[in-house]
Each structure stands twice: as C-alpha cells, then as structure tokens.
Write a protein that binds this ligand. Structure first.
Ligand code: FES
Length: 116
C-alpha cells in the first residue's frame, strides 16, 4: 500500500469515527470524498453520484452496494461499478486505518511527483 504514487491524507481521528454503518461526505485535502462503513469495511468514494450529480451523503448501503439517496442508483463498494443496466461507475480510493486515524490515498500524477 506504500508507494510513491499515492499520497495519504488523514481525514479523521479514530475517536471521530461514527458508530455502526454510515455514509458521510467530507473534504480531504480540498477534495470532496465520501467515507462509508458497511459492516467491518471502511470505503472511500467520490462524493457525488455520476447519474445526476446528487450528493451521496444521506445515502445508505445494501448488500455491498452504496445506494444514492436521490434516485436510488446503486454502486458496488468493491469495484465502483454501477448496478446492472446503469452503465456507470464511481471512483474508489484506498483507505487505511492507522494508530492516529483514518487515511485516504490519492494517486499523484507523474508531473507532480517530478516537481515535488
Ligand atoms: S443523482 Fe444519484 S441516482 Fe440520480
């Protein structure tokens, strides 16, 4: 999980993690993301729905799928792929739970890595 092309950004302390399942949109390093817990898994996705730009906050999870609260399109939390017939997908970001909190990994472009 540690490679030079991924920049890890801390988004909350362990104490701030809500109890139980949740879908929460927040900002990480200026980028809007959605942090989700479904069962034992923490998953990070893009914050807005590709269908019509609805916000995922207020959404929920069902059988490993994130359900958008606006028109109830569904997205697989493991692959990002939309449910059958939707023909769309969402971006997923790696999540790491460390001693001091929850981190989301963002890919860094080659030019930014080159320039530091
Ligand atoms: S905006 Fe999400 S399903 Fe339509």
């Amino acid at each position: 999980m540690q490679d030079a092309s991924t920049r890890w950004v801390r988004i909350m302390s362990k104490q701030e993690i809500p109890e139980g399942d949740f879908v929460r949109c927040l900002k990480a390093d200026g980028k809007k993301v959605c942090l989700i817990r479904h069962g034992q898994e923490l998953v990070a996705t893009q914050a807005t729905c590709p269908h019509a730009g609805g916000h995922f906050s207020g959404g929920w999870c069902k059988n490993g799928m994130l359900v958008c609260p606006i028109h109830r399109y569904e997205y697989d939390l493991r692959t990002g792929r939309g449910a059958a017939g939707q023909g769309d997908y969402i971006d997923l970001y790696p999540v790491a739970l460390k001693d001091d909190g929850v981190y989301i990994g963002f890919k860094t472009g080659w030019l930014k890595r080159l320039l530091g």
